[in-house]
Design a protein around this ligand. Structure first.
Ligand code: FES
Length: 106
């Protein structure tokens, strides 16, 4: 069952920007892609570089360390050297606040 927690406000995450946060021992990256917020693990599945520092193009982020690309919508790994996907998290917006689902077993 989803369990949403407030993590940031929209003022902190303008379109085209990213934000790193720590929640329940996890490092999570938020991305604002043309007004839609995505939440994913902030650790590349290859060698754990922070994806919040990566370059975003469309709905994809490129890892800043070795260049693997991930789909921010699904977490799917799109290019090597990453061989595994990253986790994604449910997001909801209420007013100006961003909430993410802390049910990390999804
Ligand atoms: Fe991300 Fe190597 S750490 S591609």
């Amino acid at each position: 069952m989803p369990s949403f927690v407030k993590v940031a406000s929209l003022e902190q995450l303008s379109p085209g920007s990213s934000l790193q946060l720590f929640l329940d021992g996890k490092e999570i990256a938020l991305f604002n892609i043309e007004g839609t917020i995505y939440a994913v693990d902030d650790r590349c599945s290859h060698a754990e570089a922070p994806l919040s520092d990566g370059v975003v193009e469309g709905c994809e982020v490129e890892c800043p360390l070795h260049g693997a690309r991930f789909d921010l919508r699904s977490g799917e790994n799109l290019t090597p050297p990453a061989l595994e996907p990253i986790s994604t998290y449910g997001v909801k917006i209420e007013g100006n606040e961003i909430y993410i689902d802390t049910d990390f077993k999804q």
